[in-house]
Design a binder for this molecule. Structure first.
Ligand SMILES: C[S@@+](CC[C@H](N)C(=O)[O-])C[C@H]1O[C@@H](n2cnc3c(N)ncnc32)[C@H](O)[C@@H]1O
Length: 199
C-alpha cells in the first residue's frame, strides 16, 4: 500500500484531488433526519452533531458534511491531502478540523461514542472496524464504500485481498447495526457501499 509520502506526491501533482462527492454519498441526505437531535438548532459547537471523514483525501465528503452543518473532523496521514482540505474549506467558507494521523498505527483510537456520523470512502484497514463501531453514538450513522474482490476483474489496482472487501463482508462488519442501504456493484467496477445506523 502507498506510504504517506507517496500520497503526498499524488496530491501535490493533483492526481488524487477529487472535489465532487461520490454518488453514493448523496444518498446519505435522506438518512439525516434519522439522527437523534437532527435539526435541533444550537449555537454551541460542542452540542452540534459531530461528523468524521476518515482517510479523507482532499476532503470532498468532509466539506459537504461541514456545509450541511456538522462539526466536522477530517483525518488523513497525508499532509498534502489535509492542505487540500484546508484550502477547500476556506474556499467554501466552512470549518473542518484536520487531523494528521496514521489510522493504521496500533495506538490509533477515536474514543467511545464521539461521533454522530462516520464516513469512509475507498480505504480499508480491517482492524479499524471495532474502533469505528465504538466511536459512533447510539443512533449515529456510518457510510462506507470501497472496492470489493470484483474490482480485480476491472482494474490493475487494488490487487491484494487485504485492501478489498469480500462480497457481503461490509454487512458482517457492521452486524447489529440497522442497515438503511446496501449496494454492491459488479459491472464496470467492483464496490460495496453501506449506510447503517448504530442501534
Ligand atoms: C483512495 S484515497 C480516498 C480519499 C477519500 N476518502 C475520497 O474518497 O475522496 C485514500 C486516502 O487514504 C489515506 N490513507 C491511506 N493510508 C492511511 C493511513 N494509514 N492513515 C490515514 N490515512 C491514510 C490516503 O492518504 C488517501 O488520502
Amino acid at each position: 500500500m502507498a506510504t504517506a509520502s507517496e500520497w503526498d506526491e499524488r496530491f501535490r501533482k493533483g492526481d488524487s484531488i477529487l472535489t465532487e462527492p461520490d454518488s453514493f454519498f448523496l444518498k446519505l441526505r435522506s438518512c439525516y433526519p434519522l439522527l437523534p437531535h437532527w435539526g435541533v438548532p444550537t449555537e454551541d459547537p460542542l452540542k452540534r452533531l459531530q461528523a468524521l471523514d476518515l482517510a479523507c483525501g482532499s476532503g470532498r465528503h468532509a466539506i459537504n458534511l461541514a456545509q450541511v452543518g456538522f462539526e466536522t473532523t477530517a483525518i488523513d496521514f497525508s499532509k498534502q491531502a489535509l492542505t487540500c482540505v484546508r484550502r477547500s474549506a476556506i474556499h467554501q467558507g466552512v470549518t473542518v478540523d484536520c487531523r494528521l494521523e496514521d489510522v493504521e498505527a496500533v495506538d490509533f483510537g477515536l474514543g467511545r461514542e464521539s461521533y454522530d456520523l462516520v464516513a469512509v470512502f475507498f480505504f480499508l484497514h480491517r482492524p479499524l472496524f471495532p474502533v469505528l463501531r465504538r466511536c459512533l453514538r447510539p443512533g449515529g450513522l456510518v457510510i462506507y464504500k470501497t472496492y470489493t474482490t470484483k474490482q480485480f476483474r476491472h482494474a490493475e489496482w487494488p490487487r491484494q485481498r487485504v485492501h478489498v472487501l469480500e462480497p457481503n463482508e461490509l454487512l458482517c462488519l457492521f452486524e447489529g447495526f440497522r442497515v438503511l442501504r446496501y449496494e454492491e456493484e459488479w459491472e464496470g467496477r467492483g464496490t460495496a457501499a453501506l449506510i447503517a445506523q448504530k442501534i
